[in-house]
Design a binder for this molecule. Structure first.
Ligand code: SAM
Ligand code: SF4
Length: 450
C-alpha cells in the first residue's frame, strides 16, 4: 500500500498518542502525510467519547467526507478511538461510506483491516481486550524533544459520570522494563522531556508483579527510574486520581530532579454531596489537605485541575462550595466542563438534570473566577527568570515554550525547538506569560547512531 494519509484527532493526550501510533503504522506501510482530506487515500478520525459534542463532531466530519468518497471510491475512511468502541456498528449504519471501524483495543490490526476493506468491503474490530499494548506499535512522533509514553491503559474506578472504563476497559499496566526501554530509546534520539500517560497513572503497576518477586511495581518507583534515564531532563505525568496520590509518589516527585514541579489533580467538584454522587472517594477537606502536603513537599509546584459544572442534582449551594474550594485551592489553571450525560454510565440515569441556562451561568462564573486566580498566580512570576524548553514559533514571530511548572511562555528571541533557555518574565496573562530570552543553553546533540 502507498499513498497519503490524514489523521484528525479529537480528545485527550491519550488519543493524541494513539494518533502517533496510527501514523507510525501507516508510515510503516509506505504512506506519507497529507495536508488536506482531498489529497489523502486514507483518512482516519480518531475519536473521543468523553462528552456528547464528540458524537456530533464525528458525524459532522463524516458528512463532510461523503462527497470525497463519492468522487473517489478508493479513499478509505477509518473511525478509530473511544467513540468507535462505544458506537460500534452504529457508525457504519449511520455512515455506510465508512470503510473501517477500529476500537481502542484493536489498533494493532489497523493496516490489515484497511487491506480487508479493499477486498471485501466495510470492516469492524471492536474487541474487548488489548492483545498488543499500543505502545509496542511504531510511532510517528509530533515533536523531536518531547514524547508521550503510555504506562497504563484503562481504569478500574467507576466515577458515575465517566465513560472511560466502558470504552478503554480495566487498567492494564505496561511492564516497567518496557516503559524504561522505550524512554531510553527516545533519549537516544534526542528526546529530553517525556509525559507518562495513563487514565489513573498513580495506580500504575497494581496489576503487575515485579519479575522474580511478589512485589508490585509502583508509580513512585517508575518516576524514579524514568527520571534516572540519561538525557531525560523533564518527566511529567497525567492524570493522577487524587485518592491514589500516595506519600511514596510525593516523595518520588520531591526527590527526583527530572520530575517537573507540576501536577494535574482533578477535583471535579468542591461539594462533598456531589463528590459522593460522582463516586469520587475523597471529600473537599481531604482534597485540600493533600494539596497542602504536596505543596509543602514540592516547593513551587503548580497545580491544575478538572471541574465539572451542572452534575445532576447540583444545587446553588453545591456550586458555591465548588467556587469556595476553587478559590482556596488557588489552582494555576482549570479545565472546566459542563456535565454531559454519557450512555451506559450510572449518572446518565440520575434524576434532576440541571437546565442548560443554569449550567451555562454557573460555568461562566467558575471560568471568570479561575481566570482571576490564574492571572494572580502568573503575576507572582513577573520579574523572575525561569528555565523554558522551546517548542517552536509562537505568536507574532516570538518563540513559545514551557516552564517546568508547565506554564506557556511567549518570548522574544531566537532559539531552536528543543533548546533549554532562561527566560525573564515581563508580563502575566491568565493563560500565558510574556518574556524575553536572557540565556540560550545547549540543544542536546543527538548521537549519530540514533
Ligand atoms: N482519569 C482522570 C480523573 O480521574 O480525573 C480523568 C480523565 S477524563 C478523560 C478527563 C476529564 O473529563 C475528567 O476529569 C472530567 O472532568 C471530564 N469528564 C469526564 N466525563 C465527563 C462528562 N460526562 N461530562 C463532563 N465532563 C466529563
Ligand atoms: Fe474516568 Fe478518571 Fe474516574 Fe477513571 S478515575 S472513571 S478515567 S474520571
Amino acid at each position: 500500500m502507498s499513498g497519503r494519509y490524514l489523521i484528525r484527532t479529537f480528545g485527550c493526550q491519550m488519543n493524541e498518542h494513539d494518533s502517533e501510533r496510527i501514523a507510525g503504522l501507516l508510515e510503516g506501510e509506505g504512506y506519507g502525510p497529507a495536508q488536506e482530506p482531498a489529497e489523502a487515500e486514507v483518512v482516519v478520525l480518531n475519536t473521543c467519547a468523553i462528552r456528547e459534542n464528540a458524537d456530533n463532531r464525528l458525524y459532522g466530519a463524516l458528512g463532510h467526507l461523503k462527497p470525497l468518497k463519492d468522487a473517489n471510491p478508493r479513499l478509505r475512511i477509518v473511525v478509530a478511538g473511544c467513540l468507535a468502541q462505544k458506537d460500534r456498528g452504529l457508525i457504519q449504519r449511520k455512515a455506510p461510506w465508512v470503510d473501517v471501524v477500529v476500537g481502542t483495543h484493536a489498533l494493532a490490526g489497523l493496516v490489515e483491516l484497511i487491506r480487508s476493506a479493499e477486498r471485501e468491503g466495510p470492516q469492524m474490530d471492536v474487541r474487548e481486550f488489548t492483545e498488543v499494548f499500543p505502545s509496542a506499535l511504531p510511532a510517528h512522533r509530533g515533536s523531536s524533544s518531547h514524547a508521550w509514553v503510555s504506562v497504563s491503559v484503562g481504569c478500574d474506578n467507576a466515577c458515575t459520570f465517566c465513560i472511560v472504563p466502558l470504552v478503554r476497559g480495566p487498567q492494564r499496566s505496561r511492564p516497567l522494563g518496557d516503559v524504561l526501554s522505550e524512554v531510553q530509546g527516545l533519549a537516544l534520539r534526542g528526546v529530553v522531556e517525556v509525559t507518562l500517560l495513563g487514565q489513573n497513572v498513580n495506580t500504575y503497576g497494581r496489576d503487575l508483579t515485579v519479575p522474580g518477586s511478589g512485589r508490585r511495581a509502583r508509580f513512585g518507583a517508575l518516576l524514579r527510574a524514568v527520571g534516572a534515564v540519561e538525557g531525560i531532563r523533564r518527566v511529567r505525568f497525567t492524570s493522577p486520581h487524587p485518592h491514589d496520590f500516595t506519600d511514596d509518589v510525593i516523595t518520588a516527585m520531591a526527590e527526583t530532579g527530572a520530575v517537573c514541579e507540576h501536577i494535574h489533580f482533578p477535583m471535579q467538584s468542591g461539594s462533598d454531596r456531589v463528590l459522593r454522587l460522582m463516586r469520587r472517594s475523597y471529600r473537599a477537606d481531604r482534597y485540600l489537605g493533600w494539596l497542602d502536603r504536596i505543596r509543602a513537599a514540592v516547593p513551587g509546584v503548580s497545580v491544575t485541575t478538572d471541574i465539572i459544572v451542572g452534575f445532576p442534582g447540583e444545587t446553588e449551594q453545591d456550586f458555591s462550595d465548588t467556587l469556595r474550594v476553587t478559590e482556596e485551592a488557588a489552582f494555576d489553571a482549570a479545565f472546566t466542563f459542563q456535565y454531559s450525560p454519557r450512555p451506559g454510565t450510572a449518572a446518565a440515569s440520575f434524576e434532576a438534570p440541571i437546565p442548560k441556562d443554569v449550567v451555562q451561568e454557573r460555568f461562566d462564573r467558575l471560568v471568570s473566577l479561575q481566570e482571576r486566580i490564574s492571572l494572580e498566580r502568573n503575576e507572582l512570576m513577573v520579574g523572575g527568570t525561569f528555565e523554558v524548553l522551546i517548542e517552536g514559533e509562537g505568536r507574532k514571530g516570538n518563540l513559545k515554550g514551557r516552564t517546568r511548572t508547565n506554564k506557556l511562555v511567549h518570548a522574544a528571541g531566537d532559539s531552536a525547538p528543543g533548546t533549554f533557555t532562561q527566560v525573564r518574565v515581563l508580563a502575566a496573562h491568565p493563560h500565558h506569560l510574556d518574556g524575553e530570552l536572557v540565556e540560550v543553553g545547549e540543544r542536546r546533540p543527538v548521537p549519530a547512531t540514533a
